[in-house]
Design a protein around this ligand. Structure first.
Ligand code: UDP
Ligand code: MG
Length: 140
């Protein structure tokens, strides 16, 4: 299986509860390398653009407000099969449906405040890594 990169975001509800280190330890334990990491307060424009695929859905505006409500931690994770593996470690979008032992089952507050983001496909991983870490994407 191929070595992949994926974008992870520790969302405002988790940063607010100081869960960054717990999440990072979990990713390391699962064999991910943290290739890049930075804390940021997203602007409304960044959050709108990042979640553009959801524009027009009922939850979009609230999601953008939530994602700009406090600092997030942005990370590029790398390992074999990273995109799918990260989705497994995160658990289902709705914490009510998330499997035991997943980050969302353990930490999420609600469907919206579900503590963590992870790219859902190779195409979105490429887009999302470049979105926040353009310097990591080789050019020329
Ligand atoms: N979300 C929400 N209500 C919904 C679906 C999604 O508030 O009905 C939020 C939730 O924070 C989710 C994000 O929007 O993580 C993006 O939704 P997506 O379906 O892409 O889920 P994910 O890929 O994060 O599991
Ligand atoms: Mg998604």
């Amino acid at each position: 299986m191929a070595i992949e990169k994926t974008l992870s975001i520790i969302k405002p509800d988790a940063v607010e509860r100081n869960l960054q280190e717990s999440f990072i330890q979990r990713f390391k334990k699962e064999g991910f390398k943290i290739l890049a990491k930075k804390e940021a307060l997203l602007t409304k424009e960044e959050a709108q653009d990042f979640y553009i695929e959801h524009k027009g859905k009922v939850f979009y505006e609230s999601l953008v407000n939530y994602m700009t409500s406090g600092p997030v931690v942005l990370m590029v994770l790398e390992r074999e099969n990273a995109i799918l593996k990260n989705r497994e470690v995160m658990g289902a979008t709705n914490p009510k449906d998330a499997a035991p032992g997943t980050l969302r089952k353990e930490y999420a507050v609600s469907l919206e405040k579900n503590s963590v983001h992870g790219s859902d496909s190779p195409a979105s991983a490429a887009r999302e890594v470049e979105f926040f870490f353009p310097e990591l994407v080789k050019c020329c």
